[in-house]
Design a protein around this ligand. Structure first.
Ligand code: UDP
Ligand code: MG
Length: 308
């Protein structure tokens, strides 16, 4: 099996985490490759990992040329793993190792996708918790995919699911959405995240919002359709109102007052149109990025120890 670990500036916790995981694998007698994907760290993380990998044949390294983001780092891991299943874990110790046997058990029962969903995350601010919860619900509803509440990237994927993900080359990667989109027999296991061992979260509120927008835009065209419905529901009554005004003017003559209502409707519709253009722009921007077909990540250094 393979364990994939994305790492970005984790010099404070990576060594302890890798030691924990390697000794856990030893104790449980699991033969496994541990693929560490360095997502363009600019601290000492890569040095720590390469030093550890000299002594440890199970430790494999992919180092990306710059910070491409967690979703791209996971993609690099999935593209290069060779196990019959792949487990993806964060490098900060928040994903408890004790869930691995639970996941493996589900896999041996025949499940191809095991997603760990968090219950009660202690370290997140209230607003982040709120956003995570409601955005994943919203994305799930809007896109008709079933991303479970609290779903994390902590997951086990069978080889077939990994191959399916390797086949998806879209730039706009929202991994939780992708994992739910590919289907296969899946199940959710609950886990309580540990507190981050050290260092700080790499996901600011702004980054989370960006991820949420990517999730929605990447998996659904409903926001576009909503504007069509809104436009329709405004245009119909407007047409009737226009008819009424024309007829009234014809019968009663010119009616000069009405500046306030004119301004209000002008500003209102101006605003509505700008928002609509913004939503369309979001999709057009995504199309531009997709048409460039740039690689999802570039590798600076790779050591998969295949020849050893
Ligand atoms: N990470 C990454 N690239 C990034 C941001 C984060 O590879 O651009 C990794 C990070 O090193 C960690 C995991 O993704 O292993 C989760 O990040 P973090 O703990 O900061 O997120 P949170 O737990 O707060 O959601
Ligand atoms: Mg974390």
């Amino acid at each position: 099996m393979s364990i994939i670990i994305p790492v970005f500036n984790e010099e404070l916790c990576i060594e302890r985490f890798l030691n924990d995981i390697l000794s856990y694998l030893e104790e449980s007698n699991i033969s496994c490759e541990v693929i560490v994907v360095d997502d363009g760290s600019c601290d000492n993380s890569l040095n720590i990992i390469t030093e550890m990998a000299v002594e440890e044949s199970r430790l494999k390294i992919i180092s990306l040329s710059k910070n491409f983001g967690k979703e791209a780092a996971l993609t690099a891991g999935y593209d290069h793993c060779s196990g019959d299943l792949a487990i993806c874990m964060d490098s900060d110790g928040q994903h408890p190792l004790s869930i691995i046997p639970v996941m493996l058990e589900k896999w041996s029962e025949g499940y191809d996708v095991v997603i760990a969903a968090s219950e009660g995350r202690k370290d997140k601010s209230r607003i982040k918790k709120y956003l995570s919860k409601y955005f994943s619900n919203a994305i799930s509803k809007i896109s008709n995919s079933s991303i479970p509440a609290g779903a994390s990237d902590f997951s086990l994927l069978d080889k077939k699911a990994v191959l399916a993900i390797q086949g998806l080359k879209e730039q706009n990667r929202y991994m939780k959405g992708i994992v739910s989109w590919i289907g296969y027999k899946s199940i959710i296991v609950k886990y309580t995240p540990e507190v981050r061992q050290n260092g700080e979260t790499k996901f600011s509120l702004f980054k989370l919002l960006e991820l949420a927008v990517n999730g929605i835009v990447g998996f659904s065209t409903l926001p576009l359709r909503l504007w069509f419905y809104l436009g329709l529901s405004i245009a119909m009554p407007s047409l009737l109102y226009a008819l009424y005004l024309i007829i009234r003017t014809l019968i009663l003559g010119r009616d000069v007052p009405g500046y306030a209502s004119l301004m209000v409707s002008l500003l209102f519709f101006g605003g509505v149109q700008l928002i609509a253009i913004g939503v369309i722009g979001e999709y057009v921007g995504k199309i531009l990025i997709e048409t460039k077909k740039r690689p999802l990540y570039l590798i600076k250094y790779i050591d998969l120890k295949k020849s050893k």
